[in-house]
Design a protein around this ligand. Structure first.
Ligand code: HEM
Length: 403
C-alpha cells in the first residue's frame, strides 16, 4: 500500500527526478510571477472570511471550512477549478485525503506495512484505504478525460501542462511522462497540499486563543501609529496589522516584509506545531558516509525533524511558543538555520513556497477581521496533539468575534 512506482512522493531515481522537476516548474509557472495562484489564495481567504463572519461570534469548529479552502487551492492548481462545499465528490475527496494520511499511523497501518501479503486477504480498515485510493484515482482520471475533451488553447492547470508534456515527449524513450505518473502526481499534490497547511492554520488559531497577548486583541488608542519594532515592547499581531495595512487592502505575500511580527508568529507556529513530527522516511539509494557514519544502500533513513525544531542549541526556549525566535533585538524578522518544518535537501517539500503564501495570506486576513476567543465557560485549551502521520490538534470550538 505504501510503496508506489509512480508520481513524486514514493518514487526515487529517474521517475522521481522527472516528475518532481515537472511538478515544480508547473506550480511556479502557474503561480507567483503572474500572481495567478496568489489571486486564487486571496479568493479562498475571502470565502473563508465570509464563512467565519456568518458564525456571528458564536462557537464553531473551524476545521471543515479551513480544509475546504486549502483543498480548493490545490484543486485549482491541478484541475483548474474549485469545488463548491456542497459538491459530493469534493467532500469524498477530502475524506479520502484524510483517511489515507491518518491511516498510516494507526495500528492497522503498521500491521499492513509489516505483513502486506497477509493483510491484503483480510477485511479491516486497510480495505477502506484501497477504496479511497481508487476513488481519488477515478476522480483524477475523470478530470483528465474532461481536459482531453475540452482541450484549452493555453495550458491553465497542471493536467493541461501534463497532457502537453506527454505529447511532446512521446518519442523519447527516457520519458516517464504518462497517464499513470500524471494521475499519481496529481494525487500526491492533493495529499501533500491539503492536510498539512490546514492543520498548521488550525494550530495557529489555537495558539492565538491560548496566547491572547500575542494575538494582541487589546484596543489601541492610536490606530495608525507606526510601530517601533523591538523585543521589549511585546508586539501583537493585530496591532501590527492595524498599524500597517488599510482595512480594504488586499493582502499579498509581499506584505510580510512590512509585518515582521506576524511573519514571526507564522514561523513559530510551523516550528512549534511540528506537524510532520520526525519527517518522512526515505530510502538510501547508494552506499554513503554521513558525518563519519556508513549508511548502506537500501537503509531506511528518518531525518528526525523533531530533534531540529526543538534543539536547545538553536532555540532560546524550544518548548515554549515564542515568536521572538524569529526576531532580532530591533524587531526585524530573521530566518533560522534550524527552521526545517519543510525538511531540506533534494526532497525538501515541493509545496513549501505555496504553503508559505497560503499561511501568510490566510492568517493575516483572519487576524485582521476577527479576534479569536474561547467559547464562554470554556477555561482550558487542549494543546496536546493527536498522534498520526500529521500531528493535529484535538477538535475544538472557538468564537471568531468580528473586530
Ligand atoms: C505547512 C505546510 C507543509 C509542510 C509543513 C510540509 C512538509 C513536508 C515535509 C516535511 C516533506 C518531506 C520532505 C522529505 O522527504 O524530507 C514534504 C514533502 C512533500 N510535500 Fe509538503 N509540506 C507542506 C505543504 C505542502 C503543500 C501545500 C504541497 C503541495 C503543493 C506539498 C507537497 C509535497 C510533496 C509533493 C512532497 C514530496 C516531495 C518529494 O518527495 O520530492 N506540501 N512536505
Amino acid at each position: 500500500m505504501f510503496t508506489c512506482s509512480s508520481g513524486i512522493f514514493l518514487t526515487s531515481g529517474h521517475t522521481w527526478k522527472q516528475q518532481r522537476r515537472f511538478g515544480m516548474t508547473v506550480i511556479r509557472s502557474l503561480g507567483f510571477g503572474k500572481n495567478n495562484l496568489e489571486h486564487q489564495i486571496q479568493t479562498e481567504a475571502s470565502h473563508l472570511l465570509g464563512i467565519f463572519a456568518n458564525t456571528k461570534g458564536e462557537p464553531f469548529d473551524p476545521r471543515t471550512s479551513i480544509v475546504h479552502a486549502i483543498a480548493n487551492i490545490i484543486c485549482a492548481v491541478v484541475f483548474g477549478h474549485r469545488f463548491s462545499s456542497e459538491d459530493e465528490s469534493f467532500s469524498k475527496l477530502i475524506k479520502a485525503v484524510y483517511f489515507v494520511i491518518y491511516f498510516q499511523a494507526t495500528i492497522w497501518g503498521r500491521m499492513y506495512d509489516a505483513f502486506p501479503w497477509l493483510m491484503h486477504r483480510f477485511p479491516g480498515p486497510h480495505q477502506k484505504v484501497f477504496a479511497y485510493n481508487n476513488f481519488m484515482h477515478n476522480l483524477v482520471m475523470n478530470e483528465v478525460q474532461m481536459h482531453e475533451r475540452e482541450k484549452a488553447g493555453n495550458p491553465q492547470d497542471l493536467i493541461d501542462f501534463y497532457l502537453a508534456q506527454i505529447t511532446k515527449t512521446k518519442d523519447d524513450p527516457t520519458s516517464t511522462f504518462n497517464k499513470d505518473n500524471m494521475v499519481q502526481t496529481v494525487v500526491d499534490l492533493l495529499l501533500g497540499g491539503t492536510e498539512t497547511t490546514s492543520t498548521t492554520l488550525l494550530w495557529a488559531l489555537l495558539y492565538m486563543v491560548q496566547y491572547p497577548e500575542i494575538q494582541g486583541n487589546k484596543k489601541t488608542k492610536k490606530k495608525k501609529k507606526k510601530l517601533k519594532h523591538c523585543h521589549c515592547s511585546a508586539e501583537k499581531v493585530q496591532r501590527e496589522i492595524e498599524a500597517v495595512l488599510e482595512p480594504s487592502h488586499i493582502i499579498s505575500y509581499e506584505d510580510r516584509k512590512k509585518l515582521p511580527y506576524t511573519n514571526a508568529v507564522i514561523h513559530e507556529t510551523l516550528r512549534y506545531s511540528n506537524i510532520t513530527s520526525v519527517g518522512v522516511p526515505r530510502l538510501c539509494v547508494r552506499n554513503t558516509t554521513l558525518l563519519g557514519f556508513h549508511i548502506k544502500k537500501g537503509t531506511l533513513v528518518l531525518p528526525n525533524l523533531h530533534s531540529v525544531v526543538y534543539d536547545s542549541d538553536h532555540w532560546a526556549t524550544p518548548w515554549k511558543f515564542n515568536p521572538n525566535h524569529f526576531l532580532d533585538l530591533d524587531g526585524n524578522f530573521v530566518n533560522r538555520e534550524a527552521f526545517l518544518p519543510f525538511s531540506a535537501g533534494h526532497r525538501v517539500c515541493l509545496g513549501e513556497q505555496m504553503a508559505r503564501v497560503e499561511l501568510f495570506i490566510f492568517f493575516t486576513n483572519l487576524l485582521r477581521a476577527f479576534t479569536f476567543q474561547l467559547p464562554k465557560g470554556v477555561k482550558e485549551i487542549n494543546l496536546e496533539y493527536i498522534l498520526g502521520s500529521i500531528l493535529q490538534p484535538h477538535p475544538y470550538k472557538i468564537c471568531a468575534v468580528p473586530r
